[in-house]
Design a protein. Structure first.
Length: 249
């Protein structure tokens, strides 16, 4: 198993000798050898390939939920089933983490996890005007692309975002707690829009933080868990933007 900390002495010597230009994009960040950087690039491509498959599945399942009325009516008309689907991803996170290195169980649990989340996303989209869904999708794509590009550029410059971990975790905890309070003491439309905007900022921070972990800290056999974290970041960002746009319209 390869770890981030196992930088080869040959690569380090290459950096000292000036054979590798940091600005050329051949290496991901200062302090990593050329060979290690090539392995890391392969790992990153694998993670983004899995992430792309997850987003594609979410798009297809959500589209079917929106366009095929019987599925949408079943989910909206059966609160017990919808509640089960909401909690299913949390339940699947445990076996997904335990079996993340056991093929093909890791991909089976990943598919179930993604499908269950996709159904709930489909219900949210079905209850929203199509124009707003498209706007949320475009905004999410733009934000994710910009933040991902920035994080790779910043990593190449030697910047580190590990300090964001405790800040984002605390912010997310407060956000979730506020969400539970809203169930008993509903907020007004303006407050909900502000709440969603704060959530969008938090999940944008998580995209930077988890992308930085992808570049530097995830080990090469953690490709499933890396894709799950990025998938949740993107999905939650989309849902918070969607909620914010709904309140403004």
């Amino acid at each position: 198993m390869y770890g981030y900390t196992s930088v080869s002495s040959v690569g380090t010597a290459g950096l000292k000798g000036g054979d590798i230009d940091i600005e050329s994009g051949e290496v991901l960040h200062p302090g990593i050898g050329y060979g290690e950087s090539q392995l890391r690039w392969g790992f990153i491509r694998k993670v983004y390939g899995i992430l792309a498959a997850q987003i594609l599945m979410t798009t297809v399942v959500s589209a079917l939920t929106v366009l095929y009325a019987p599925i949408n009516d079943l989910l909206r008309g059966n609160s017990g089933l919808l509640l089960f689907l909401i909690f299913t991803p949390f339940i699947l996170l445990w076996p997904l983490h335990v079996y993340q290195q056991r093929h093909p169980l890791n991909f089976i649990f990943l598919a179930l996890f993604t499908a269950s989340l996709s159904l709930t996303v489909g219900v949210s989209c079905a209850n929203t005007e199509g124009r707003i869904v498209l706007e949320a999708l475009i905004l999410t794509s733009a934000v994710v692309s910009a933040l991902t590009g920035y994080t790779f550029w910043a990593a190449k410059k030697g910047k580190d975002f590990s300090f964001l971990g405790p800040i984002l975790f605390t912010s997310l905890f407060v956000l979730i707690l506020t969400g539970f309070i809203q169930m008993f003491f509903p907020l007004g439309s303006t407050s909900v829009a502000i709440y969603s905007a704060i959530g969008a900022i938090i999940f944008s921070g998580y995209i930077v933080y988890d992308t930085d972990n992808l570049i530097k800290r995830f080990t090469y056999d953690e490709y499933i868990w890396a894709s799950v974290t990025l998938y949740l970041d993107v999905l939650n960002l989309f849902l918070t933007i969607l909620r914010m746009l709904k309140q403004e319209n």
